[in-house]
Design a protein around this ligand. Structure first.
Ligand SMILES: Nc1ncnc2c1ncn2[C@@H]1O[C@H](COP(=O)(O)OP(=O)(O)O)[C@@H](O)[C@H]1O
Ligand SMILES: N[C@@H](CCOP(=O)(O)O)C(=O)O
Length: 327
């Protein structure tokens, strides 16, 4: 459940009146998600024919100063034909508004559903959409450092503490102690860079059959290694929810889809095993922190850090070195 803040009908109606979208008809809280509160908004529409939007209130792990980057990026990508929702600007042209001490934005609603068991055809389409995003963002004029890079993994591991990680699983603490210094020391700097989504999990992709109808939740987007985004997406899509079962057909389809639009350089391909270990570490660390710091009675479901510890082990196993070797 992720509606952290209650908004009364009057507050919602006067907020929606700040946009040229017609009058508010209904607002329903959306249960999915972790970081933000989201409402499905129906209005009468500008022309009276009805219109649908997503209202997002930014709650967690998002800095106000980053909102112009995220929200302008949506407009830039949508204008280039990527399946991302446009930001609805308010009557004075602002990308977001303040409501009390929180920021809110109105976003275009996109159709589609998030798949939980992707087919190779869907994985191929996601790979293509990711590469299309990378190309379309090449001339986006803004930049944002990755706040969830190796330095943050170190900080989170330190904040969790060895005992904290061991309280989740003894082997997990040992794995992090061994892997993390290596990843930080070996992390590449000289691969192609650009704007990346950085969190393209199945729940952040909307699909209609084999077509990607929406890429959403750009709130970790940043300027970083393009191949790292491929690695994050690979880690998120190619395993079952527990991280135990790897699906080689999904992996091949995802990589082939990506390379049908933007071929990887030889250096990017060679770096993928390392980048994938980093991707697994990133989500293992944020999940471990959340696991230890989310109260048992919180509205939001904690996600299992060990599902990413297992991916980390998979990507580090020499027996799996061939996963990224296709061409
Ligand atoms: N533009 C959109 N069009 C349709 N549904 C959306 C859109 N944006 C968000 N949603 C819905 O809201 C849910 C949560 O949004 P998301 O941005 O992923 O929140 P969080 O950052 O909290 O994970 C999504 O899983 C999806 O169901
Ligand atoms: N995808 C991350 C969590 C980030 O949450 P999101 O709902 O904002 O995508 C994970 O699974 O750990």
């Amino acid at each position: 459940m992720a509606v952290y803040t209650h908004l009364g009908a009057e507050t919602l109606a006067s907020l929606i009146a700040e946009f040229d979208v017609g009058e508010l008809i209904s607002a329903k809280g959306i249960a999915e998600g972790i970081s933000n509160s989201n409402w499905l908004i129906d209005t009468t529409g500008r022309d009276g024919a009805g219109a649908r939007f997503i209202l997002t209130m930014y709650e967690y792990r998002i800095e106000l100063e980053d909102l112009p980057f995220f929200l302008s990026l949506l407009d830039h990508l949508a204008a280039k034909g990527c399946p991302v929702p446009r930001t609805i600007h308010d009557r004075s042209g602002q990308l977001y508004r303040k409501l009390g001490d929180k920021a809110v934005a109105l976003i275009e609603f996109l159709p589609g559903v998030s798949v939980s068991e992707p087919t190779p055809g869907q994985a191929c389409a996601v790979g293509q959409a990711l590469a299309q995003l990378h190309l379309a963002a090449a001339d986006f004029p803004q930049a944002r450092a990755n706040g969830m890079g190796p330095a943050e993994w170190l900080r989170l591991a330190d904040a969790c503490g060895a005992a904290g990680l061991a309280s989740i699983d003894a082997g997990f603490a040992a794995q992090v102690a061994q892997e993390l210094p290596q990843l930080v020391a070996q992390w590449p700097a000289d691969l192609p860079r650009g704007v990346i989504h950085a969190d393209l999990f199945p729940d952040n992709v909307l699909m209609l059959g084999d077509t990607v109808s929406g890429l959403i939740d750009f709130y970790f987007a940043c300027t970083d290694l393009l191949a790292y985004d491929v690695a994050v997406t690979h880690a998120a899509w190619c395993f079952d929810g527990t991280g135990r079962d790897f699906d080689p057909a999904i992996s091949s389809a995802l990589l082939a889809g990506y390379e049908s639009v933007r071929p990887l350089t030889p250096a990017e391909r060679a770096a993928l095993p390392l980048l994938a270990r980093g991707a697994a570490m990133r989500f293992a660390m944020t999940r471990a922190w959340d696991w230890m710091n989310t109260p048992a009675d919180a509205l939001v479901m904690r996600k299992d850090p060990l599902a990413y510890a297992r991916r980390l082990a998979f990507y580090g196993d020499p027996a799996n070195a061939g996963v990224f070797e296709q061409g």
